[in-house]
Design a protein around this ligand. Sequence first.
Ligand code: ATP
Ligand code: MG
Length: 420
Amino acid sequence: MSTFKAPKGTYDLLPPDSAVYLAVREAISAPLRRAGYGYAETPGFENVELFSRGVGESTDIVTKEMYTLTTKGGDELALRPEGTASVLRAALEANLHKAGNLPVKLWYSGSYYRYERPQAGRYRHFSQVGAEAIGAEDPALDAELIILAVDAYRSLGLRNFRLLLNSLGDQECRPVYRAALQEFLRGLDLDEDTRRRIEINPLRVLDDKREAVQKQLTGAPMMRDHLCASCTAYHEQVRELLTAAGVVFEDDTKLVRGLDYYTRTTFEFVHDGLGSQSAVGGGGRYDGLSEMIGGPSLPSVGWALGVDRTVLALRAEGVELALPAATQVYAVPLGEEARRVLFGVVTELRRAGVAADFSYGGRGLKGAMKSANRSRARIALVAGERDLAEGVIQLKDLGSGEQRAVPAGEITAAVRAALG
Ligand code: ATP
Ligand code: MG
């Protein structure tokens, strides 16, 4: 134990659990890579204004959850609380949208920071894999991203997740709806904070998790009934494409999500085994964001899936991922000469693509074999003076316990054959 602990609301990823996180990131990104999304990486911090403008002044993320700092040079920065604003900023800065090949499709994976009340599934440092398709307004693109997320969850073996789907309308129909909703909300019995929210971002009141608020929302005007003709047609196409792809969804007219920039298609993936932190991922269309951060009009759509909660969901369903063995072969040298020879064999095996490890520290047979078993290797290679004099290495199958002598020059081939 050291004097220090991981900061409140954070945790460390260490073996063996860390392998599951890597596998989840890999599984989420694999469908994206197959669909033409290129990898993007942006700084862990940005100018604070990118988020206050891009995510929205009235959101919890900006008002309560952002880690901000002033640098020695006087810059106002924030640790990134989400990925979309940064990735769009990067794409605009590099003029990717001018290369003549829209949409620009990017995926990313990394750490995000929010000053939240830590609890199961809610941390101050967490990890997301995200995707953005920038610069095209096409229902097939919205559907593509949703299908890719569903395929990612399915490839992990998750079953108990649900897709909630909604449309938030556009610049034409949303203002009309917003006004109607405001009028309804102003008539309710709500606290000061919520009353203020009615004026700034009334749609967010629909998202209020408190029962006392939810009860009063029965009969509230719904976006669904206010969508303009083009938004209705767009949404209908998204739904048809999803259905054709075998993706099941639930229409959730109250789904607005926590970020201000969403338009039209909005969705969230929830998992029923996670208690109150049930959202494992979410996203939507954000046609106005580019202009909000000083760029041209670039209708776009994207999502971010939470890696931490996906791992919790796997646990909740009892899914064991088939992870590649960390070590397939474990070498146990007995004596100096054997150390030299087996170290060479281990190096050669690794170069041949076999995961091999070595008993370091000059330990005796018993201790070394214990480590071999603990490493969960399938094969142990043992050599002592007598073996070397005979030009052989003992190849032991740690599953069956069977052991045979293999000529030293054939050991790599024999190991590969034994591993199948
Ligand atoms: P919530 O409603 O649970 O606060 P959110 O709407 O703030 O979620 P998004 O900003 O949409 O979440 O982020 C996408 C995903 O990232 C979430 O669905 C969730 O899986 C994950 N996520 C968000 N905040 C956290 C956090 N503090 N700890 C762990 N995972 C998180
Ligand atoms: Mg949140």
